[in-house]
Write a protein that binds this ligand. Structure first.
Ligand code: C2E
Ligand code: CA
Ligand code: CA
Ligand code: CA
Length: 284
């Protein structure tokens, strides 16, 4: 790692520099301007991963996951560009695009007589810093006549760390507007349980790291069972993510998980596949 001196805006600043970091910085700068373009054309799209009820086996939800059809690099996954979106501030516009795309999808399917289960959208903590976010979301919900409960957001524990009054108000506003709230990746962030008590959340999603160890680790089984008890006591439903095997599914169901999501139940689906799955009323 070499240190070099750069003169910018009339003052000296010292930067740590390595060819590798320079490469990443350039790549990210490229992604940032490309993402700006992508938001003005039709390059982003969504896939929808099914969420299944462990008792009935019915599809009870979908999680919308953003993808990017990049003109040169081809198909990109969120890990390729979400960080850049967050750091550049483009996440605000991207988030609005995602919410509108989901609302449109629900409305389009409804016109075809197809009723989708609720659709959950990931919202990063950064998005809560935009004061217009909630009103924008609620405007879209009303513009597309989305029934109460049809739209959900997934937030992470990170959002709740500072326990700010502002965030609580935003969440309460969304909840009052008929938007469900899931706590995503639960167990991986700051585990102050205090915030759970006051939070208007409807679902708690157990992170896939716990799920992946459930067969071999009795400690992880105990953690999952305990999380499920806690969530139920707080009137939340419990979802397990990243479920890949039958054995995991069985253990999760007997550990008290209400819903499961993962490759075992279904990969993220294109709109076309979603249509085929739900056109005749979905019964897995
Ligand atoms: P996440 O919210 O935890 O989403 C679950 C991720 O796990 C998805 O990756 C999904 O494709 C993957 N997955 C689902 N089932 C399985 C499984 O059985 N096994 C394994 N190994 N993986 C599984 P994806 O689509 O690459 O998304 C990664 C992350 O990007 C998401 O993690 C979420 O945090 C973020 N993200 C995705 N879409 C959006 C979006 O529209 N807005 C924002 N802000 N973030 C998004
Ligand atoms: Ca999620
Ligand atoms: Ca997750
Ligand atoms: Ca995750």
């Amino acid at each position: 790692l070499a240190m070099y001196e750069a003169k910018s805006a009339g003052r000296n600043c010292f930067c740590f520099f390595s060819p590798h970091m320079n490469h990443i910085a350039q790549m990210n700068a490229g992604i940032e301007s490309d993402l700006r373009d992508a938001l003005n054309s039709d390059q982003l799209f969504l896939e929808y991963q099914p969420i299944v009820d462990t008792t009935s086996g019915n599809y009870v939800g979908l999680e919308a996951l953003v993808r990017w059809n990049h003109p040169v690099r081809g198909r990109l996954c969120p890990s390729d560009f979400i960080n850049v979106a967050n750091d550049s501030g483009l996440i605000g516009r991207m988030g609005t695009w995602v919410i509108e795309a989901v609302c449109k999808q629900i409305a389009l399917f409804a016109e075809e007589g197809i009723e989708l289960p609720h659709i959950a959208v990931n919202v990063s903590p950064k998005q809560f810093q935009y004061s217009a976010m909630c009103s924008e979301m609620l405007n879209l919900v009303s513009k597309y006549a989305i029934p109460r409960g049809k739209l959900a957001i997934e937030i992470t524990e990170e959002l709740l760390i500072d326990n700010s009054q502002k965030v609580h108000e935003q969440l309460a506003t969304l909840r009052a507007g008929g938007i469900q709230i899931s706590i995503d990746d639960f167990g991986t962030g700051y585990s102050s349980l205090q915030y759970l008590r006051d939070l208007p959340a409807t679902r708690l999603k157990i992170d896939q790291t716990f799920v992946s160890r459930i067969e071999t680790s009795s400690a992880d089984r105990a953690i999952i069972t305990t999380i499920a008890h806690l969530a139920h006591a707080l009137n939340m439903r419990v979802v397990a993510e990243g479920v890949e095997t039958e054995a995991q599914f069985t253990l999760l169901r007997t550990s008290g998980c209400d819903e499961v999501q993962g490759y075992l139940l279904g990969r993220p689906l294109s709109v076309h596949d979603l249509y085929n799955l739900f056109k005749d009323g979905a019964e897995p």
